[in-house]
Design a protein around this ligand. Sequence first.
Ligand code: PEP
Length: 245
Amino acid sequence: MKLIVGNWKLNPPTLNEAVALASGVAYGLKPEHFEKVVLLPPFVFLEELVKRFKHFQWGAQNVFWEKTGGYTGEISLAMLKDIGVNWVLAGHSERRRYFGESDADVNKKIKAALGADFNVIAAVGELQQGDHADEVLASFKKTAEGLDSFSLDRLIVAYEPVWAISTTPGAKPDSPARSNQIIGELKHAAFKMFGESSKKIRFLYGGSISASNAPRFLSEPYIDGALVGGASLKADEFTAIVSRS
Ligand code: PEP
């Protein structure tokens, strides 16, 4: 089963619009689709959305690794758990780019989240288009260093070439064959780190996924699903991606 994650980023501006978007997605999905969908709205809408749409898997776009203390503006895993959330995204390229998150920070977030029984989607990807597989692999190794191999069934790695993310000027999707190849290399690197347990990690592609190109990415053998940004804000487009996966 392919996993389709919708990252709403800093959208929409109001709770009413968030509820309308979730309703549109719920309306467009068949009952058997819900288990393969994870939605990541802004923090402030999460509690209400979890209460109103119980059949979705809801997650946060970020989390802090510390449990409590003087960390103004941060949100803890316990706070998320308290409102019924057990999915979290870590290390999205926009967090890395605008908020200075490093591989070491992302590693701490993943360790804390897996340790708290969360499912974690960890994003890695190169900045520029070209032959940068080494950069992606190095980032993945630092990001995944020292993880407990017993928890890898709750780890999802999203390969997102930054140049392919729709908010990057001039963005265009990667080719399905190339992203499949990079994900194959990531799976190989994961095998070297964790052995057989690495086979429990799922690997997604993200970057300008649309209803029309999704089937080509999702039919590639190493690609276990998609992380969808812009297209997750349009209920019809997003449900078409899920239905075609
Ligand atoms: C993302 O931000 O994770 C993403 C993949 O965005 P988009 O689908 O808009 O390129």
